[in-house]
Design a protein. Structure first.
Length: 95
């Protein structure tokens, strides 16, 4: 009976050890994934494709799902205003 109790105790400790090891490995992978996501987001911010707030949301989505979002969130087109100077000193083309 002592052998059976000893075997059950060892099996229990083996299970606890495996669960602890798996938890540590999972934490390492999450940390690596978060570092990679932050690097990618920093590059997108540097190129002007994302703002700082969008990059935070992008990284959070990447870490939660385990894979990068398919594309950065779409941004509305920028409006450009062209101002034309109406000076009398400017040369005029012959009409």
């Amino acid at each position: 009976m002592a052998d059976l109790t000893d075997l059950a105790t060892k099996a229990f400790y083996l299970g606890v050890g495996l669960a602890s090891y798996a938890g540590e490995k999972a934490a390492e992978k999450v940390t690596e994934l978060q570092a990679q996501a932050q690097d990618v987001a920093a590059e997108l911010v540097k190129r002007g494709e994302l703002t700082a707030e969008e990059s935070r949301q992008w990284v959070d989505t990447w870490v939660k799902t385990g894979k990068p979002p398919t594309a950065p969130p779409p941004q509305p087109p920028r409006q450009i205003e062209i101002l034309v100077a109406d000076d009398d000193d400017s040369p005029q083309s012959p009409a």
